[in-house]
Design a binder for this molecule. Structure first.
Ligand code: ZN
Length: 561
């Protein structure tokens, strides 16, 4: 394979008429097909079309995130947002046709059962009557992105955005952390009503769409949109309860130990990110240094990670530096036509750079390993499975953390493990909150802020916001991008973390076995639903009674709790 090059990657903007013509042809060929081979050829041609369209879409959205102030990128994104529901309609029509085929069983024998399960969800989530609502939903999401990306926060004589101010919130100096939180949350307080308005419109819009499609509420539609195939809301409720019963008590103890270590009483919100007086470990160098160390690490890890990472660096399939106007956060996207992923992040000099980086490389590696799957539907698994690859790589890179943190590596590992446990209650809180929001869609913004406080009391009972007014009145969720942009995409992280902790435990006992099993799982991509993928990698499903108690006990031992 020749070295792909991001700068040479071009994806022509599709014209709707042309795409419609291509779909007409596919439909005609499907109707006319008289053999299994002919039917599979149509599916293959359709797959190539979807790959090309997906490549274009990924590129448009990436460019916009790279510079949210560029008016051409904004226009491209708007065009893309307007076209997407129309493309969905064309795809859904063909999916429905294939689902209704009398040859379904024999097709499934070749194509796998999973695509049929996915498409069954997809056809329920779209109808032409919601087209304008979907366009508006994208607009509102972009509005949230632009508003938060444009935040200008003055701090000690300089201006920061929400990405660059973050490092001060985990500064070793307590008053620095406190002040950084004050200015950050003052920005949220000042924009509270606008953030509330965007969310209110999103909740109303999503609820209206769910009614239009025949669902009782957006919880039901949200689960279908997330392609939850082999578990449901009751399973998720039981899992949240297990976190409340088995993880929250340990986290209360972890927070107490942290307070002792820091010598603070009480442990406030601005103390939470710092785990001992020395402050959090920081990578010993900047962007270029970090990439060099990463290459050394992946060379040592082998299993294809070495060549994969070389390809990513050489082809410039990464954008990791902070810039003015660049959207916040980190994500991995992919260009299915050339079969290459792209990593987007905002390095800010904290240990999070290493964590976000290994996380996103995990996604990218999985996607690359799955690039030859026979359907684009299998390029990625559903999200809860996707996050297993990313979160597990964070643990599987543990033996190499000396490269980044030197003598602080052991401290990094302990903090990483503690934070992985502490994340679970927060993650389920975000999920529980969204269930409340969409089950009570007519609630006022103030009601919603109160709902957030209710879930905080269940899962985060140690939280002390003190004088941080916006947080003390239930506003913390407004920083959580997923709540706006990807409804119900959050429990996924906790389910995956529960699996990643199992990989961690196995890697402590037999590293080579854990690595092999990990790479094998990456290769499977999305060819099976969550619990089936878990089982194939010898992972206990998070929905199984007792799953959490086992990993929590192992982590507890390691942390000496
Ligand atoms: Zn991820």
């Amino acid at each position: 394979m020749t070295q792909p090059d991001f700068e040479k990657l071009h994806s022509p903007t599709p014209a709707f008429d042309e795409v419609t013509r291509q779909y007409d042809k596919l439909n005609q060929d499907w109707n006319a097909a008289t053999s299994q081979d002919e039917r599979l050829t149509v599916v293959q041609q359709w797959d190539q079309l979807r790959k090309d369209l997906e490549t274009w879409e990924a590129l448009v959205h990436l460019r916009f995130n790279q510079d949210t102030t560029n008016s051409q990128y904004q226009r491209d994104r708007e065009y893309c947002d307007q076209l997407r529901p129309k493309l969905t309609e064309l795809a859904v029509d063909l999916k429905r046709k294939i689902l209704e085929s009398s040859h379904r069983a024999s097709l499934a024998a070749t194509m796998g059962q999973q695509c049929f399960s996915l498409w069954e969800s997809d056809v329920l989530t779209y109808h032409p009557s919601i087209e304008q609502d979907l366009v508006r939903e994208s607009e509102l999401e972009a509005l949230y992105n632009q508003l938060t990306a444009g935040a200008e926060i003055s701090f000690r004589g300089k201006t920061y955005n929400l990405s660059t101010i973050a490092r001060f919130r985990e500064d070793p100096d307590r008053s620095t952390r406190h002040q950084a939180n004050q200015v950050t949350w003052r920005w949220f307080a000042e924009n509270r009503s606008q953030l509330d308005d965007i969310y209110t419109e999103l909740v109303n819009l999503r609820t209206a769409m769910s009614h239009q499609l025949g669902f009782n509420n957006f919880v039901e539609l949200g689960y279908k949109r997330m392609n939850r195939i082999d578990y449901n809301a009751e399973d998720v409720t039981r899992y949240r309860d297990a976190v409340r019963d088995h993880v929250v008590p340990l986290c209360v103890e972890l927070r107490k130990a942290q307070a002792n270590k820091l010598g603070v009483d009480p442990l406030t919100y601005w103390d939470e990110p710092v785990h001992d007086l020395a402050g959090n470990p920081r990578p010993a160098g900047d962007h270029d240094w970090l990439l060099g160390k990463a290459q050394e690490m992946f060379d040592a890890m082998n299993h294809g990670l070495d060549d994969f990472f070389k390809m990513m660096v050489q082809g410039k399939f990464m954008d990791l530096k902070v810039r003015k106007g660049k959207a916040g956060g980190g994500f991995c996207t992919s260009f299915p036509t050339p079969g290459v992923p792209f990593i987007f992040a905002n390095f800010n000099g904290t240990k999070g750079d290493v964590e976000v980086f290994t996380h996103e490389v995990g996604h990218a590696f999985q996607c690359y390993m799955s690039r030859d799957q026979n359907l684009i539907d299998y390029l990625w698994p559903t999200y809860e499975s996707c996050e297993i690859h990313s979160m597990s790589l964070e643990f599987l890179t543990w033996p190499y953390m000396e490269k980044f943190f030197g003598q602080d590596a052991e401290r990094f590992r302990r903090i990483h493990l503690a934070q992985s446990l502490l994340f679970l209650p927060y993650g389920v809180a975000v999920d529980h909150f969204q269930h409340l929001v969409y089950q009570h869609a007519s609630a006022s913004p103030d009601d919603r802020h109160q709902m957030w406080q209710e879930v905080e009391q269940i899962y985060l009972p140690w939280r002390r916001y003190e004088d941080l007014e916006h947080l003390a009145t239930g506003g913390q969720w407004q920083m959580q991008r997923h709540i706006y942009l990807d409804p119900f995409y959050y429990i996924d992280y906790t389910l995956a973390q529960t699996c990643a902790l199992q990989f961690w435990q196995r890697s402590q006992e037999n590293y080579a076995e854990a690595m092999q099993s990990y790479v094998k799982l990456c290769r499977r991509g999305g060819e099976a639903p969550f619990q089936e993928l878990c089982a194939s990698a010898d992972l206990v499903s998070p929905f199984k009674e007792g799953c959490l108690t086992k990993v929590v006990a192992a982590a507890q031992r390691t942390l000496g709790m």
